[in-house]
Design a protein around this ligand. Structure first.
Ligand code: NDP
Length: 299
């Protein structure tokens, strides 16, 4: 069957599509750009799902951590609508399909949980609307289940992902050079938690969600071992055989990114993959030291 991946051209998408092809799935991508397996969002809206779509995944979203883009109202609107509208379009296409795919896997983030140095969050923790990102997550997750619940023959899985660690993308791509030059270090005092997941585990979790008929609902996409920003910085620097001595004061990130956006790295939360593990998923990289070693080896 075919797996349709919204935003499949990005960092996570590239890794996912390789894995899907290895498992002999046909792949189609919904993208703003033309390409051999791509369809446009307009085509999706007008023609619906491609034939024989067995699973739908959404990975689309304007890159939040684009340091070149200022945190303006317009950019925030892009960040918001590129996630909510794409998730809605795919849900609507599923609703309209006469033969339903068996599963819709939608991405979300741990920004749903309010930063706190003590509280532990699992998938059942109540969510609040306390800032831009938490509001975004609420709308993003709601969009995935739009009208679908009543037509229960398509499972919906929402993955609340932590920072995805992998080569060629995400946070590691931005940190590689400074850390390689020995200029890396924790953000602020580094005591804030950093919910994270290795790219291989995230891809495996998406495949697991596609292939296991019992998996449904919200899954925290985070490694089981809690890790602080400082522990991550030490692990990454050590894997590169570099020191990580120089703490980077939070105000620098506030200046570059804007305080609201900088909170994603200057603050953090303890997130547990409770349901993910209850469903029987096992992590290849449960701890940040082995994850960083693996990433540096592959880079
Ligand atoms: P990327 O930025 O690498 O890729 C996302 C894709 O989304 C792009 O390839 C692009 O596809 C599409 N896209 C970008 N801007 C827009 C827009 N304005 N409108 C429609 N589509 C757009 O992201 P990742 O692969 O890193 O992440 C995928 C998803 O997972 C995102 O929603 C992200 O928020 C979420 N996530 C990622 C984490 C991470 O650490 N990487 C952590 C937690 C959640 P094209 O150009 O082909 O249209």
């Amino acid at each position: 069957g075919t797996v349709l991946v919204g935003g499949g051209t990005g960092f996570i998408g590239n890794h996912l599509i390789k894995a899907l092809k290895n498992k002999n799935y046909a792949v189609k991508i919904v993208s703003r750009m033309p390409g051999p397996v791509n369809i446009s969002w307009q085509e999706l809206n007008s023609r619906g799902l491609p034939q024989n779509t067995v699973a739908v995944v959404n990975l689309a979203g304007q890159n939040v951590m684009d340091f070149k883009r200022r945190w303006t109202t317009g950019f925030k609107q892009n960040v918001f609508s590129s996630r909510v509208n794409t998730t809605t379009s795919l849900a609507e296409a599923i609703n309209k399909a006469s033969t339903k795919p068996k599963v819709y896997v939608a991405m979300s983030g741990v920004g749903a949980y309010k930063p706190d140095s003590n509280k532990e969050y699992d998938e059942c923790s109540p969510l609040e609307n306390f800032d831009f990102f938490s509001k975004l997550v609420l709308e993003w997750e709601k969009a995935a289940t739009l009208d679908l619940e009543s037509k229960s023959n398509c499972r919906v899985v929402t993955i609340r992902s932590g920072v995805v660690l992998g080569k060629n993308g995400g946070m590691i791509k931005q940190l590689y050079l400074p850390f390689y030059l020995g200029l890396g270090g924790p953000v602020g005092n580094g005591s804030q938690y950093l919910p994270w997941i290795h790219i291989k585990d995230l891809v495996e979790l998406i495949l697991y969600s596609i292939e296991n008929d019992k998996v449904e609902g919200v899954l925290n996409g985070v490694a089981p071992q809690l890790c602080t920003n400082k522990e991550f910085s030490n692990a990454f620097a050590k894997a590169l055989k570099r020191p990580a001595l120089i703490p980077i004061p939070s105000f620098i990130f506030n200046l570059i990114l804007g305080t609201e956006r900088a909170k994603m790295i200057t603050t953090g939360q303890k997130v547990i993959p409770q349901r993910t593990q209850e469903f029987g998923f096992t992590f290849s990289f449960p701890d940040v030291v082995s994850a960083c070693r693996n990433i540096v080896k592959e880079a």
